[in-house]
Design a protein around this ligand. Structure first.
Ligand SMILES: Cc1cc2nc3c(=O)[nH]c(=O)nc-3n(C[C@H](O)[C@H](O)[C@H](O)COP(=O)(O)O)c2cc1C
Length: 299
């Protein structure tokens, strides 16, 4: 069955690789090069590697005949160089720094590793050549290599940065009422739990209350607001008759005057105190500093 070239390219492209620039100097002294991810280390003894130049390359003839060639394994941050050698029509070597540490073969400066090879074996293979070289010079650095995968370039540096970012999470809290009192924690906060990603805030809060041994009935959502880079907080209303030894029954009247370290919670409690007095409650949506309050009819 003849393979659909696009589907095959897509399938081959699932294989994640590094990126190299393959270079040579023609007998006339011209420098040519192309971007390749077909680099493979082949043998330690003798030291061999291979790359596969395709017959679509403008430099194909030069690589078919080349007695020597170079391979520069690109480093993180050298995406531009990879793009230059993959598509640029201008003088590619004029657009990057390079040096020729052996036999006049150019290697890209700032590379993760570099090899200069003598032609060892050339195997025609369909529309590409398998160009095997014997390594006559090599170097390596501590630079991390540039990666290439189905979504384009990737670097471990970017992966590390993404991992270091704070993961936004949702906290679910409850304004736990008992008549004219509200149960607050020891540090003057609401009973709160972090919502696992596979649970809804209501589910998570219900489970959290049960796990803490607090008998409570949850009712409506009272507020939902962003807490900066850390995530968001969903505050439910709820009723409990027995509270919990770790919770302090605090009179709702005057609760906003209590020492509440969290300023967003303080203003939420101020609103709650007023609304409790009027027995008419709203729903707040916004962030820690500003938002909108909508009237709510309780079930
Ligand atoms: C990440 C990447 C890897 C590549 N690997 C190869 C390869 O192994 N062999 C090849 O012939 N072309 C490969 N190419 C395509 C050539 O770099 C591209 O066709 C190049 O521009 C051809 O040079 P030319 O413009 O001088 O013909 C690759 C391109 C990219 C972006």
């Amino acid at each position: 069955m003849p393979a659909d070239p696009n589907a095959l390219r897509h399938a081959f492209g699932r294989f994640m690789t590094g990126v190299a620039v393959v270079t040579t100097r023609t007998d006339e002294g011209n420098l040519v090069g192309f971007t390749a991810n077909s680099f493979t280390s082949v043998s330690l003894n003798p030291p061999l590697l291979l790359v596969c130049p395709g017959n679509h390359l403008s430099s194909f003839a030069a690589f078919s005949d080349a007695r020597r060639f170079g391979v520069s394994i690109l480093s993180e941050g050298q995406e531009d160089i990879s793009n230059t050698f993959a598509s640029g029509k201008a003088d590619r070597f004029g657009l990057c720094d390079w040096e020729a540490p052996a036999q006049g073969i150019p290697l890209i400066t700032g590379r993760a590793a570099g090899f200069v090879c003598e032609r060892f074996q050339v195997i025609p293979a369909g529309d590409h050549l398998v160009l095997i070289g014997r390594v006559i010079y090599f170097d390596s650095s501590d630079h991390a290599g540039l990666g290439y995968g189905p979504d384009g370039y990737f670097t471990l540096e970017n992966e590390r940065k993404a991992e270091a970012l704070p993961v936004p999470h949702t906290r679910a809290s409850v304004l736990l009422e008992d008549g004219d009192h509200l149960y607050l924690t020891e540090d003057a906060d609401l009973f709160t739990i972090c919502v696992p990603t596979d649970e809804s805030p209501l589910q998570a809060l219900t489970n959290g209350l049960k796990a803490a041994g607090i008998a409570a009935e949850l009712s409506v959502v009272y507020a939902a607001y962003d807490e900066g880079a850390n995530g968001r907080r969903i505050v439910f209303r709820g009723h409990s008759r027995n509270g919990h030894p770790a919770l302090h029954a605090t009179p709702i009247d005057g609760i906003a005057q209590a020492t509440i370290p969290d300023q967003a919670l303080k203003s939420l409690l101020r609103r709650f105190e007023n609304e409790h007095r009027r027995q008419s409650f709203g729903f707040y949506i916004g962030n820690e500093h500003s938002g909108d309050v909508f009237p709510v009819t309780e079930r």
